[in-house]
Design a protein around this ligand. Structure first.
Ligand SMILES: [Zn+2]
Length: 331
């Protein structure tokens, strides 16, 4: 009886496993180890930039030739058809100039573990200083990535040209990472082009929403503010969110380390909403499932409340804020 060579046996095992689907995993697990995907505590806090953190501002792509997005105003919520109990969790990944923001991996780990779809509004600078994390999020079919400007610009007084520049720079960064991902992680393929936009600080001027739509993106805000940068503890944050969610709600949170107790609050929010019959979807899936409720003006919780960012010394009072940051530059 002839003996099979060990290499042949190994090859047979690999082929059998591949056919059985054992050796193949969905992205991003196909391209990163579990350890490389898991969040690390040392990534959460922001740090001041050092020499290795210097990033160069990318060349803006030529003017966006995409078709303008229909509609007007900023989306705050969606009214789902047939009163379906859908809800969208959104997480901002903000990073301004002169800082390196964090990555709150505990949030992403929890979403993956519980298979909760979510939308991340990613800043261009954040993506540059967190390339690997950005590609992991882009690779994950559970998640959708939107544009949160290049350097977390306060666009309250911006004209269309300024908004175009922010979008073009961000798309240059995210587009570059998407192309790299398609090469290095074929299982992920080329991620879909970003179609969603979120104004930093929840602030926009009169021209803002139309300028974003002319560039082919849809401006997305929220109707439920978690207040996670304010330091509110997980239990009251969860109570607040659970008290405000209705079918079609869009919830704003932060995954750049600026949100505090966010992952802990999600441990309550996710199972409780599911127990009430809610299904988590990305913002694009939410919009496809109903009629967007829009507003011509941007605001955090009440019209006019973003004006506090025009006066850095003003102290926020009652609003929980989309960031609850004292000044735009510090968020
Ligand atoms: Zn932000």
């Amino acid at each position: 009886m002839t003996q099979l060579k060990p290499t042949l046996v190994l090859a047979c095992v690999v082929v059998t496993m591949a056919l059985a689907g054992v050796a193949r995993a969905d992205p991003p697990a196909a391209c990163w180890s579990a350890a490389a995907l898991a969040g690390r505590p040392d990534e959460v806090a922001k740090h001041r930039p050092g020499p290795s953190d210097q990033v160069s501002v990318p060349q803006a792509s030529p003017p966006n030739a995409s078709v303008a997005s229909p509609g007007s105003g900023v989306v705050r919520r969606v009214v789902p058809r047939d009163r379906r109990k859908l809800v969208a969790l959104t997480f901002d990944l903000c990073e301004g100039s002169g800082e390196v923001a964090g990555y709150d991996g505990a949030i992403v780990d929890r979403l993956r573990a519980l298979k909760v779809p979510a939308t991340f509004f990613m800043g261009g600078r954040w993506a540059q200083s967190h390339e690997e994390r950005a590609m992991q999020l882009l690779a994950d079919p559970l998640f959708e990535v939107g544009d949160h400007t290049y350097d977390h610009a306060d666009l309250a007084h911006a004209d269309a040209a300024r908004i175009d520049l922010e979008i073009a720079r961000t798309e240059a960064v995210i587009g570059g990472l998407s192309a790299r991902l398609a090469k290095t992680c074929p299982a992920a393929g080329l991620p879909p082009k970003t179609r969603l936009f979120r104004f930093p600080y929840g602030a926009c001027g009169a021209e803002g929403p139309a300028a974003v739509r002319a560039a082919g993106l849809v401006p997305i805000q929220w109707d439920v503010v978690s207040g996670d940068p304010s330091g509110v503890a997980a239990a009251p944050m969860a109570r607040g969110v659970l008290g405000e969610v209705k079918p079609g709600s869009i919830i704003v949170m932060h995954a750049n380390g600026r949100g505090r107790h966010t992952a802990e609050a999600l441990a309550t929010i996710i199972p409780q909403l599911r127990a009430r019959g809610y299904e988590f979807v990305t913002v694009s899936d939410l919009m496809a499932a109903g009629r967007p409720e829009t507003s011509g003006a941007c605001f955090i919780e009440h019209p006019g409340d973003t004006a506090r960012y025009d006066h850095p010394k003003a102290v926020p009072t009652k609003t929980k804020g989309a960031g609850a940051m004292p000044t735009p530059s510090s968020e």
